[in-house]
Design a protein around this ligand. Structure first.
Ligand code: PXP
Length: 246
């Protein structure tokens, strides 16, 4: 059965906990196996320039451990391009990356960086990797994604998540409309829209209800919940909420 809305589980923060002690526990590969067992649709992992969570060797181990598609989040650099071409993940999501940020704080400036992104997008696509751009839900960025010829965009839901946390209902409605309008426009133009960042049990449903959105990528909250209820239960519950909203 094809699922109407896929759940990609970002396992970076299992590696964050592992790295806090420098050993090999908890192993993100074990997390990937659990995600596969409970019906997650994909594994997402961000190999950052400073390797603060996922490391190079994790990628191959994750790919060998499950049949789930791997979505590699990567900065648009020569180093990451080489790694992507060596591993050939199912998908590569190009994200902005600043060493000093705690997490990916905003979308990629696809409009301003066309010339940097074009050869990278081209090489990834040429190697059969499904390319996605992590962008803000705005028309200028979507136009730039169209010009770059990517099949997928992932809309950054960080501002939406902040509005939810702040209890700012006007901003929340504005953010939701922006994401929903851009998802419709993307789909109309043949681009598959995904969404992610800061999604939780409390805020996931309005995003999951946007009919054009084909995939959500969720990490930090699920790993946090896993501390209390286990990863299996956390993924299952997120899946239920997504299905209910659809
Ligand atoms: N999608 C992308 C492209 C990301 O970079 C991240 C992590 O920043 C996520 C989804 C998952 O975000 P979170 O960990 O907040 O669920």
């Amino acid at each position: 059965m094809t699922r109407p809305l896929r759940l990609g589980v970002n396992i970076d923060h299992v590696a964050t906990i592992r790295n806090a002690r420098g050993g090999d526990h908890p192993d993100p590969v074990r997390a990937a196996e659990i995600v596969a067992r409970v019906g997650g649709d994909g594994i997402t992992a961000h190999l950052r320039e400073d390797r603060r969570h996922i490391r190079d060797a994790d990628l191959r181990r994750i790919q060998e451990a499950t049949d789930l598609p791997l979505n590699l989040e990567m900065a648009a650099t020569e180093e990451m391009l080489e790694i992507a071409l060596a591993h050939k993940p199912h998908a590569a999501c190009i994200v902005p990356e600043k060493r000093e940020e705690r997490t990916t704080e905003g979308g990629l400036d696809a409009a301003g960086q066309h010339n940097t992104l074009a050869p990278i997008v081209w090489k990834l696509k040429d190697n059969g990797i499904r390319v996605s751009l992590f962008i803000e839900a705005d028309e200028r960025q979507l136009d730039a994604a169209l010009k770059l010829g990517v099949p997928v965009v992932e809309f950054h839901t960080g501002e939406y998540a902040h509005a939810h946390l702040d209890g700012d209902s006007d901003k929340l409605a504005r953010e939701l409309k922006r994401i929903s309008d851009m998802a419709a426009l993307a789909a109309k133009n043949g681009i598959e829209p995904h969404a992610g960042h800061g999604l939780t049990y409390e805020n996931v449903q309005p995003i999951a209800a946007i009919p054009q959105i084909a995939e959500l990528n969720i990490g930090h909250y699920l790993v946090g919940e896993a501390v209390f209820v286990g990863l299996e239960s956390a993924v299952r519950h997120m899946r239920e909420l997504m299905d209910e909203a659809r």
